[in-house]
Design a protein around this ligand. Structure first.
Ligand SMILES: Cc1cc2nc3c(=O)[nH]c(=O)nc-3n(C[C@H](O)[C@H](O)[C@H](O)COP(=O)(O)O)c2cc1C
Length: 456
């Protein structure tokens, strides 16, 4: 006698089998949409991007400065945090809208400025701008973008455009760009302040990132199975950097005194304020002292950012700086954050810890490389769904309800007591690690959450 009874079996009917044979419906999807439909995370889009893009531009996006420690730790900061969900809340409707710098955004994130976007995919900034318009979120054009100010504005006339400025050695050209951006309806000026010189990005040298792309044996082999990227490159208008002026040779603009101005200081904010009538944001703040100084100088917003780990290596993860900065200056200045954001849960965590808004860099660039404009739409779909799910599981139904108490920041690195600064710059107190603990907790719940009244 068998110990266990056998399965009660029967002959399968055709109707039992057909549900398993039903093909996934992809009708009505374009080729590019089909390609990205199976990507379910930004990391999936990154893998697809790597297959489809030559090594030079892919690694230009994917890499960081020096040993890429800043880049890795910014990601770890998000990976390590813990959520504290509230239960039994009615979350059948979740609203992801928020306001940033006086206007509504359908999602609590926007697309940050990135240079050279047409090198990643020939559709470039115009495609990203249209996707941002469809998503109802802002997007910033970089000074070293590959689309002119007028073309960018024309690509998505209904969208909100920000203009990112690297101050050029040629001050007159900077002023002409600001005037042109305002004339084309850009409403916010983002001044990047972490790039007095360019970080040492070793992958650019290793993977032969150059403009125009150089065909060596290595890049030729690499190109041979990325035919679409090359076809797109060769059959569309050549790149034109945003800072270029018709009739002025590129070399003339870049040769004089170095391209960007390394002598810019807080004093320069005065003439920028005169030249720009809308909100001004400083992007690349990395200490509490500088955040306070920026707020005192009257700027409308700051972005805690280490440029995606592409500038100073070992710079502090912006997420670790966020709670103290939000508590100190969040009432007078809108505090935003970028670097390392790859999931909707990351966005939610940053907002809970006091960010008014989050900017993305690589997340949308991977998507663009993976599937052009359809890829960027897919990235928005993925992130929107992740944000909604995370909010619902946390027990909140609106961006306003997110609080520091929803997140515990955990650091796998403890700051040594003997070297910890006692100054105001110390971003957050790290608890003493217990004898068995390999991580330490950054206390956030004690911090008051300060916000501009009514700006959310
Ligand atoms: C390929 C690439 C180009 C970038 N170019 C610019 C730029 O021209 N101006 C700027 O202010 N920031 C630039 N950034 C930085 C982004 O605006 C943003 O700070 C950073 O990408 C955020 O990190 P994340 O990529 O991890 O999201 C660039 C980033 C990347 C990846």
């Amino acid at each position: 006698m068998a110990k266990y009874p056998p399965l009660a079996r029967r002959i399968p009917q055709p109707s039992d089998i057909t549900p398993f044979l039903r093909l996934k419906s992809r009708s009505g999807l374009s080729r590019a949409e089909r390609r990205v439909a199976d990507a379910h995370t930004i990391e999936d889009l990154r893998r697809l991007a790597k297959r489809r893009t030559p090594a030079g531009p892919f690694h230009y996006v994917d890499g960081g400065a020096e040993s890429e420690i800043s880049m890795r730790r910014a990601r770890e900061a998000f990976d390590d945090l813990e959520f504290n969900p509230e239960i039994l809340r009615d979350v059948h409707e979740v609203d992801t809208t928020t306001t940033v710098l006086g206007k509504q955004s359908a999602l609590p994130f926007g697309f940050g400025p990135t240079g050279g976007t047409r090198m990643m995919h020939a559709a470039g900034e115009s495609a990203v701008a249209r996707a941002a318009e469809r998503a109802g979120i802002p997007y910033g054009l970089s000074t070293v973008g590959t689309t002119s100010i007028a073309d960018f504005a024309a690509a998505a006339p209904g969208a909100r455009h920000w203009f990112q400025m690297y101050l050029l050695s040629d001050r007159e050209r900077s002023l002409r760009m600001l005037a042109e951006a305002q004339a084309n309806g850009f409403d916010t000026l983002v001044v990047t302040v972490d790039s007095a010189v360019v970080g040492n990005r070793l992958r650019d040298a290793r993977y032969g990132m150059s403009y125009p792309p150089q065909l060596t044996v290595k890049t030729f082999l690499d190109a041979s199975y990325r035919v679409e990227w090359w076809t797109n490159l060769l059959t569309t208008e050549p790149y034109r950097f945003t800072y270029e002026e018709p009739g002025v040779p590129r070399s003339q603009l870049t040769a004089v005194k170095g391209f960007t101005d390394s002598s810019v200081t807080f004093d320069d904010l005065a003439w920028m304020r005169e030249a720009w009538s809308g909100p001004i944001v400083l992007k690349g703040i990395q200490t509490l002292d500088d955040a306070v100084r920026a707020a005192d100088s009257g700027v409308d917003g700051i972005v805690l950012s280490n440029h995606g780990g592409r500038q100073l290596d070992r710079a502090i993860p912006p997420l670790h700086l966020l709670p103290s900065v939000a508590a100190r200056v969040g009432a007078s200045t809108e505090v935003m954050l970028d670097t390392g954001v790859r999931t909707g849960a990351d966005v939610v965590a940053a907002i809970a810890l006091g960010a008014k808004f989050v900017l993305l860099g690589r997340a949308y660039l991977y998507a663009l490389m993976a599937g052009g404009e359809a890829g960027v739409d897919r990235a928005v779909q993925i992130l929107r769904a992740e944000i909604r799910t995370t909010m619902a599981l946390l027990g909140v139904t609106s961006i306003d309800e997110l609080r520091p108490e929803h997140v515990t920041l955990v650091s796998r690195y403890t700051r040594l007591a003997s070297t910890a600064s006692e100054s105001a710059s110390t971003p957050a107190p790290l608890a003493e690690p217990s004898a068995t603990s390999t991580t330490s907790t950054i206390t956030t719940s004690a911090r008051p959450r300060a916000r501009k009244a009514g700006t959310r």
